[in-house]
Design a protein around this ligand. Structure first.
Ligand code: NAD
Length: 294
């Protein structure tokens, strides 16, 4: 089977986490999965890079959060699948259990402090600790400055920025006691500023400040705090936008690698930041944009 045919085979697969053609040793991000031409024979050779670590992933009912939860589980983590959408979270947890890993679902709106606290409490009650927090839950409310309401502003800041602060603060209490932890915050290339996204861009720039401040405060407790700034990634949150086709075209034109990203592209970087491989990186931001900045 030539490279083109292999690519077609991988593209056909709905579940990119189990069998992604980028992961057959052709790419340095290789996850250790080996794909065979027979579609039913995708053999797993996980390196267990986060074996027995307890990971909370917020907004894990779909999109990047789901991809991160599955990727961490594949590499041995016990995952707390959290989302305001309980049905979505249940589906992600089912996929994790089907791969023979442990998962629980905790419904939580990260913008509500009591719910963020209850999420971390439930994690520690069930698994005894919390090693990894992926602050992924996020929304957009795109509208020009002239038309942006106070509610548009507050909702985006409350979920994206305050939600990350809430979960980090409660998780850090346990991580400080453990003297170890990894906090990974989802920023966005939009922190550089996007028209029609004053609220979103501000929230994602704020996440970078939050990340740096927490890295400085928590380093002494062996807690790494980093951010990821993805470019455009094909998730339900993006494909459901009315103007999706138009923005994809523009994104591809401005992306040196000539494509938009897939959830696995970000999930692999989340895994890296959650694993010991990144133990001397903190307060940093990794851009997962295909080289796009403008
Ligand atoms: P998505 O809309 O596909 O999924 C987001 C998930 O978060 C949903 O399951 C939703 O129910 C959940 N959620 C929303 N509000 C919540 C709340 N208050 N509490 C808990 N959960 C909540 O989004 P996505 O594209 O997967 O994006 C995930 C993260 O990555 C977001 O922070 C987003 O800003 C960031 N990001 C995405 C892209 C992209 O192109 N997809 C690019 C840059 C950054």
């Amino acid at each position: 089977m030539n490279a083109e045919a292999l690519q077609g085979f991988a593209d056909k697969r709905e579940n990119q986490y189990r069998c992604n053609i980028l992961h057959i040793g052709m790419d340095p991000r290789s996850s250790g999965f080996i794909c065979f031409p027979n579609e039913n024979s995708c053999q797993k050779e996980s390196a267990m890079r986060v074996k027995d670590k307890v990971a909370i992933v917020t907004g894990a009912g779909r999109g990047l959060g789901e991809a991160a939860a599955l990727r961490l589980a594949e590499e041995g983590a016990k995952v707390v699948v959290s989302d305001v959408d309980e049905a979505g979270a249940q589906q992600t947890a089912t996929k994790i259990r089907e791969m023979g890993r442990e998962a629980i679902v905790v419904k939580a709106d990260v913008s509500v402090r009591q719910e963020a606290e209850a999420l971390v409490e439930a994690t520690v009650k069930h698994f005894g600790r919390v090693d990894i927090l992926v602050n992924n839950a996020g929304i957009t409310r795109d509208v020009s400055l002239r038309k942006m309401t106070e509610e548009d502003w507050d909702r985006v800041i409350d979920i994206n920025l305050k939600g990350s602060f809430n979960c980090a603060q409660f998780a850090a209490r346990f991580m400080i006691e453990q003297k170890s932890g990894k906090i990974i915050n989802l920023s966005s290339r939009a922190y550089l500023g996007n028209p029609g996204q004053a609220n979103y861009s501000a929230s994602k720039a704020g996440i970078l400040g939050l990340t740096r401040a927490l890295a400085l405060e928590l380093g002494r407790y062996n807690i790494n705090v980093n951010a990821i700034a993805p470019g455009m990634i094909r998730t339900p949150g993006v494909t459901s936008l009315g103007h999706f086709e138009k923005i994809v075209e523009k994104a591809i034109q401005n992306t040196p690698l000539g494509r938009i990203g897939e959830p696995i592209d970000v999930a692999n970087v989340i895994l890296f930041l959650a694993s010991d491989e990144s133990s001397y990186i903190t307060g940093d931001v990794l851009h997962v944009t295909g080289g796009r900045y403008g």
